[in-house]
Design a protein around this ligand. Structure first.
Ligand code: F0G
Length: 460
């Protein structure tokens, strides 16, 4: 008999105390932080949904691996354990450990790109875009047109626009496109999954042009589980096989293991091409470390090797995806506009729909994130005009970004059902009182990546 409650498929062996705070204290702390959630101390946060990256809870097996980690400079057994585990799941031959995802990106683009090149992606994550552009190449986003329709039921809004990709090859020519990337799931695109049909179609365009396809694979096992749930052809296929099929269609990947591989630090770069791998290793040694440890300790490689296997466990993924969906479903039932359907790692609030009385240049997402913190100590992240807008240097006017979202990212295996129910209550309360949400203005900002350190004030 199947019961309807999907339980956390783990028991808790060690706990971390949460410091409880009052609304009055939090009002003071967010004001002192210049209404910027990055400036808060994490111990002043009750439920931290800032990111799912590096914030997951490792298993007792992973902690056991931490003790077994071998710290030899060269040829450590922990490297071979890491390599065999990743190759078992993904099938790529050449594996290069890095300290996190962006180090893999830097090496990949440094080896493959030259100034004037174009790198298409369904949506570049911000570090991916920055590393690509740092080589002088152009980072081209080609999201599915379905992504614009936030509330629709379309199951694979993370897809790449295949016609857009063909048009990019026609416009720039294959010689100017050294690689194509596909980010699974599409984090900058509302955490939405990419369908296998889309991976196949993108791979076919790449093959026709003789261009390698790389996956940005941080959340590939969550993407694979969503393929199993939403793409009828895969309803009875194992997640392992789905992940392998996605990888078989690609020539390599970058990976931030801080996401699906449930480690606190770690990543890798994978490729099938021995010549490319050789060049990548040369760069690795220059800045990350020797080829059998990259930027990691042996113990980190052990935890990563074990985490990769846990990440394809379907009982775990069933719980993981259900818990994200639970949050999304309940917020939607309360009338709150969100990116629909829920993806794997986060729920994205539509800040424009939530607080339509606040103009984008007055930061509705900042207002919602500040109110959510004040109401219940829940830390969410604005992905809107503070992050992607800018101030026009000539006029001094704010220029809005392309969208106004607030991300509630769910760390893996860290919070329980009652934590999630609490988040639903907090966000719902903020929504019920949304007419009182103030707009904000920036009083201090750095020239780059302003969202990390800008200070804001409420507009009366
Ligand atoms: N690619 C994607 C799709 C990501 O989401 C991230 C990180 C990276 C690459 C870079 O990996 O942080 O290990 O260097 N995303 C985090 C987030 C920071 O909060 O979404 P990294």
């Amino acid at each position: 008999m199947a019961f309807k409650t999907i339980i956390e498929p783990f028991r808790i062996k060690s706990v971390e105390q949460i410091k409880m705070t009052t609304e009055q204290q939090r009002r003071r702390m967010i004001e002192a932080a210049g209404y910027n959630i990055f400036e808060l101390r994490s111990e002043d946060v009750i439920i931290d949904l800032l990111t799912d990256s590096g914030t997951g809870a490792m298993s007792s097996n992973q902690w056991g691996g931490i003790m077994r980690g071998d710290e030899s400079y060269a040829g450590s057994p922990s490297f071979f354990h890491f390599r065999d585990s990743v190759t078992d799941i993904m099938g790529f031959e050449h594996l290069i450990p890095t300290h996190q995802g962006r180090a893999a990106e830097r090496i990949l683009f440094s080896v493959m790109c030259t100034p004037g090149d174009v790198v298409p992606n369904n949506s570049h994550f911000d570090t991916t875009r920055a590393n690509c552009e740092f080589t002088g190449a152009m980072a081209l986003d080609l999201p599915s047109p379905e992504l614009a329709n936030m509330g629709s039921d379309y199951p694979f809004k993370g897809d790449m626009d295949v016609d857009g990709l063909k048009a990019a090859f026609a416009e720039h020519g294959a010689q100017r496109i050294p690689l194509v990337m596909l980010t699974v799931t599409n984090n900058s695109g509302g955490g939405q999954p990419v369908s296998m049909a889309n991976v196949r179609a993108v791979a076919e365009v790449c093959r026709a042009n003789g261009t390698p396809l790389y996956l940005d694979a941080c959340r590939i096992t969550e993407n694979a589980y969503l393929i199993k749930q939403r793409e009828p052809e895969f309803a009875t296929t194992t997640v392992r096989r789905i992940v392998r099929e996605m990888c078989d269609l690609a020539d390599g990947c970058t990976m931030s293991a801080k996401k699906d591989a449930i480690v606190n630090i770690g990543g890798f770069l994978a490729t099938r091409d021995p010549e490319v791998a050789q060049k990548q290793r040369e760069l690795l040694i220059l800045t990350e470390g020797f080829v059998t440890y990259g930027g990691l300790a042996g113990r980190d490689l052990e935890a990563l090797a074990i985490g990769m296997q846990e990440a394809v466990d379907e009982d775990y993924l069933n719980y993981r995806i259900a818990s994200t969906r639970y949050l999304g479903q309940h917020l939607r039932d309360a009338g709150i506009p969100i990116m629909w359907p829920p993806g794997g790692h986060a729920i994205y609030l539509d800040a424009r729909g939530f607080a339509p009385h606040i103009e984008p240049t007055r930061f509705p997402g900042v207002s919602i994130a500040a109110a959510t913190y004040i109401a219940g100590g829940v830390r969410a992240c604005e992905i809107g005009s503070l992050m992607f807008g800018h101030r026009d240097e000539e006029t001094g006017e704010e220029v809005a970004g392309p969208r106004e979202l607030v991300r509630l990212a769910i760390p893996r295996r860290t919070y329980t059902q009652s934590h999630i129910e609490y988040v639903v209550e907090v966000v719902t309360q903020v929504f019920e009182e949304r007419e009182r949400l103030p707009g904000y203005r920036i009083v201090e900002q750095p020239p780059f990546l302003r969202h990390f350190s800008a200070r804001l004030a409420q507009i009366a």
